[in-house]
Design a protein. Structure first.
Length: 121
């Protein structure tokens, strides 16, 4: 069974990748900046959770509660990672830190299975 700390790290990594993708978008709608800020908050929270668990600050009785909360978020985090991966593949071998034009991202979204409304809501 994977530890709470390792689980939190995995989720934080996925969220951080999505955050970096959102940050790389130029000329995007304000919604993208809001999403990026929320993702950054979540990644920071997961990092704090991992640190607290590693330092023994989470009591044994709380571990099932924390694990359950992380498991509840795993499906959404996996879905988010998929939403970020699809446009990245469609745009070629761009590195994460390269800036992406919003128009190009919209083209990829329309060509693929992902609808723009699904990404923004």
């Amino acid at each position: 069974m994977i530890s709470v700390a390792s689980f939190a790290i995995q989720l934080a990594d996925s969220v951080q990748k999505a955050c970096e993708f959102c940050d790389s978008i130029e000329d995007g709608p304000d919604d993208i900046r809001l999403i990026s800020a929320e993702l950054r908050w979540l990644a920071n929270y997961l990092s704090i959770l991992q640190h607290e668990h590693s330092c023994g600050l989470i009591e044994k009785e709380q571990e099932p509660l924390v694990r359950g909360a992380l498991e509840d978020r795993q499906e959404g985090t996996d879905e988010l990672a998929g939403l970020v991966t699809e446009p990245s593949r469609g745009m070629g071998s761009d590195q994460w830190r390269m800036k992406r034009k919003w128009g190009k991202i919209q083209i990829v979204l329309k060509a693929g299975k992902i609808k723009q409304d699904e990404c923004l809501h």
